[in-house]
Design a protein around this ligand. Structure first.
Ligand SMILES: Cc1cc2nc3c(=O)[nH]c(=O)nc-3n(C[C@H](O)[C@H](O)[C@H](O)COP(=O)(O)O)c2cc1C
Length: 314
């Protein structure tokens, strides 16, 4: 086991796209790799190359990434995996964790966890033909942690690279806290390499988790780094001076990138607000900051609010 913890930037659909990932890694180094947000499942007959735009190697030169698939149809999964292999990917991830009701009601994401026999059938069909390695990202269950606990021993029969476990149930969405007790039970019943995910939001929390789970050396962080972009760097012992200036430059670059790419101010502001929902924590009082940003309906208004935020904090 290496002493250097390996940090993975979590997929946050609607925020951590290739533009975000590359600017984020430039301004806030600390992550070793990233998992890309899931590709929306389509039938292979409806495949359009533009579905892979976010994953093109030329758009992902700074941080190694793993693509994620949400499909539960083995043929469609294999079709897309082969396209990803063709553009150079050696590993993909299967999403068994998404909690969105639109997804779970189709028995996808965490919606498949109550059906272990379907998960096994899927793997039996996919693994022999898969041209690359496979990892899984999951929750503890949809309704009940026994769902994952009973599935994990069966997953030992498959050569997965790792299993990333977010310690919540699908039915919780993002409520409550990540369940460390059941995460610990998962470690006991699996021989796979397990990645911890859920609620790492300070260096102290990270250190506490490291002490609690010494056998884990890969950690995935999502919302914690959106609220404090310097967190991954701080965990690996980087000193950052002039944080506000770095954050301002990052914001400026990200905003101008989306201004070029997205059509219409509603679209642009909507995209920036998704980030500010979390980043407003950096500008306390968080609720007041978020409220001000949420209200912005024009680019001018948005720019004024952001300029004031940075000016007042400096
Ligand atoms: C808005 C949003 C979008 C997300 N999109 C994805 C996704 O595409 N794929 C995935 O596996 N997890 C997704 N997640 C879950 C996160 O990757 C992560 O597992 C979860 O937020 C818990 O980790 P954290 O507490 O460090 O944020 C998403 C979470 C949020 C809040």
């Amino acid at each position: 086991m290496t002493s250097h913890p390996i940090l993975i930037l979590a997929p946050i659909r609607g925020i951590t796209d290739c533009h975000f990932r590359s600017l984020f890694n430039h301004y806030f180094p600390g992550f070793d790799e990233a998992l890309a947000p899931f590709i929306n499942p389509q039938r292979s007959s409806q495949y359009q190359p533009k579905q892979l735009k976010d994953l093109l190697p030329e758009a992902n030169t700074s941080l190694p990434i793993t693509p994620q698939l949400l499909h539960t149809n083995a043929d469609d999964f294999l079709f897309l995996a082969t396209r990803l292999h063709d553009i150079g990917y050696k590993e993909i991830n299967w999403n068994l964790g998404c909690p969105a009701p639109m997804v779970t009601k189709k028995k996808r994401g965490s919606g498949l966890l109550p059906y272990p026999e379907e998960i096994i059938q899927f793997l039996d069909k996919v693994m022999p033909k898969l041209p690359m390695r496979l990892s899984i990202k999951t929750r503890l269950g949809l309704e009940n942690p026994e769902e994952l606990l009973s599935l994990l021993p069966a997953l030992d029969n498959y050569p997965l690279t790792e299993i990333i476990i977010h310690g919540r149930l699908g039915k919780q969405l993002y409520k409550g806290t990540s369940d460390r007790k059941n995460f610990a039970r998962c470690l006991e019943v699996s021989n796979h390499s397990i990645v911890y995910n859920g609620d790492i939001d300070t260096v102290d929390t990270f250190k506490e988790l490291q002490l609690q789970f010494p056998e884990v050396n890969k950690w995935m962080i999502g919302r914690g780094v959106l609220a404090d972009p310097f967190l991954a760097g701080a965990i690996v012992g980087r000193q950052t001076t002039d944080k506000l200036h770095m954050l301002e430059c990052f914001h400026k670059d990200l905003y101008s990138c989306y201004r070029e790419l997205l059509s219409g101010q509603a679209h642009l502001l909507g995209r920036m607000k998704q980030l500010w929902y979390y980043l407003s924590v950096f500008f306390p009082p968080q609720k007041k900051t978020w409220k001000k940003i949420k209200k912005c309906n024009t680019e001018q208004h948005y720019q004024d609010v952001i300029d004031t935020l940075f000016r007042e904090k400096s």
